[in-house]
Each structure stands twice: as C-alpha cells, then as structure tokens.
Design a protein around this ligand. Structure first.
Ligand SMILES: N=c1c2ncn([C@@H]3O[C@H](COP(=O)(O)OP(=O)(O)OP(=O)(O)O)[C@@H](O)[C@H]3O)c2ncn1[C@@H]1O[C@H](COP(=O)(O)O)[C@@H](O)[C@H]1O
Length: 160
C-alpha cells in the first residue's frame, strides 16, 4: 500500500485494490447505462454521439502527458538541488513538495483517462473480463495470473 492511501476504519483491505476498484467502477457505469439516468454525466457519454466520449479520452490522455512532463521537470529540479550545500533546506523542501504535488496531479489525470476508457468499452459491450483477457494474452505463461482468461485464437489481433 502506498503511504498516500488508507483503508477506511472498520474495513478490511480488498485482496486486489485495482481489481476491486475497476469492477466497482465498470459496474456503476453499466448501471447508469441500464438506468438511462439523464442527469448522469456517464449516461450522457454513453447515449450521445460517440465523438463526445472519444474526444474526452484524447483530451485526458493529452493531460496525462502534460502532467507527466511536469512531474519529470519537478523531479529533475529536486535532483539538481539535492546535493547543493548552498541551497537552503526550505527551498529543497518546497521543490520536494512541488514534485509530490505533480505526481498527485498525474495520478488524477490518469484516473480521468481510465474512467473515460471504461465508458468507451461499455459503449461497445467489451466487459472487464474480456479486457483482462486481452492484457493476459500479451503476457508470458509465467507472468499471466493463475486462472486468468485468454482471448480465443480467432479473436486475437483482429480488425486492424
Ligand atoms: N470516475 C468518474 C469520473 N472521472 C471523471 N469524471 C468526470 O469527467 C469529467 C472530466 O471533465 P474535465 O475534462 O473538465 O476534467 P476535470 O477533472 O474537471 O479537470 P481537468 O482534467 O481538466 O484538469 C468531469 O465531469 C468529471 O466529473 C467522472 N465522472 C464519473 N465517474 C464515476 O462514474 C460513476 C457514475 O457517475 P455519474 O455519471 O456522475 O453518476 C461514479 O462511480 C463516478 O464516481
């Protein structure tokens, strides 16, 4: 567990944090689809023209790239000053804070991409299990999680 995360009091840590989270998010997205709730941003992306959600995926991916560049620059500034005796500790602390904030921003933008990507997958009826099988199919036998599904040979790398 990252030092930046915590489990709410009285709850047990889920066996896989990301697995549980992606399942819950995909299920909320599917639920908004079924409920056809006009007040839901997710439903609007699912039911409107496909370009709206596709534009969001591209925009958020661009924001990830910009946030990663900022994080890189902030990390470089920390490295450039860390050994310098002439740089006051206060300034080194401010640079470290700035690098930490840049990583927080990168994580935030990455979550925006994943959410919008899951909306696209829901629109085209690609479930999380099938998506997992795509990732598993790229792994070596020793990397693949035990029991992890694979894509049927007829469906591997089609549609290019
Ligand atoms: N995980 C998300 C989620 N991530 C991002 N977004 C929305 O995506 C939009 C992103 O818009 P912007 O580009 O303006 O991004 P921003 O985050 O405001 O700022 P920048 O990225 O520009 O810095 C915002 O409206 C966010 O609220 C999300 N909207 C909904 N969900 C989840 O989807 C489920 C259903 O939500 P509703 O449709 O709101 O009921 C719930 O579980 C929500 O938690």
């Amino acid at each position: 567990m990252s030092a930046k995360t915590y489990i709410p009091q009285g709850e047990q840590s889920a066996p896989s944090q990301i697995g549980a989270t992606l399942e819950a998010l995909a299920s909320s997205i599917a639920e908004r689809h079924r409920a056809a709730d006009a007040g839901s941003y997710t439903y609007r992306l699912l039911s409107g023209g496909v370009d709206e959600v596709l534009k969001k995926v591209m925009e958020e991916a661009g924001e990830v790239a910009l946030a990663a560049k900022d994080a890189q620059a902030a990390a470089s500034a920390v490295r450039a000053h860390e050994g310098a005796a002439s740089v006051p500790d206060r300034m080194k602390g401010a640079l470290a804070d700035s690098a930490d904030a840049a990583c927080d921003h990168l994580r935030y933008e990455a979550a925006d991409v994943v959410y919008h990507l899951l909306v696209v997958l829901e629109r085209f009826g690609i479930g999380l299990d099938e998506f997992a099988a795509e990732l598993n199919s790229r792994m070596t036998e020793s990397e693949r999680p035990r029991g992890g599904a694979l894509i049927m040979p007829d469906h591997v790398k089609r549609g290019k």
